[in-house]
Design a protein. Sequence first.
Length: 94
Amino acid sequence: METEADDVNRAMMLDGNAVAGRFAALFGAEMTTSLTECASCGQDHMMGALLAFTHAPGVVLRCPSCEAVMIKLVETPRGVYLDARGAAFVRIAR
């Protein structure tokens, strides 16, 4: 049974394409077609297919299969913090 909080979270959810510009600026490459594997469930997805939550101080990307947190990105005046502990790998094309 879904709660009201679940409905609000789903209404605020985008896909990974919503943060394409941030990742392109950070990595110097188009990242939406980069393959990544969820460390929780082992499923492979393109970055653009991840579930993006952008209504916070940073960005949270979740696995579309199991909804585990894969990547967190926070930009501050002092630097960029990237936590990708939830991703087994992210492939960046050459």
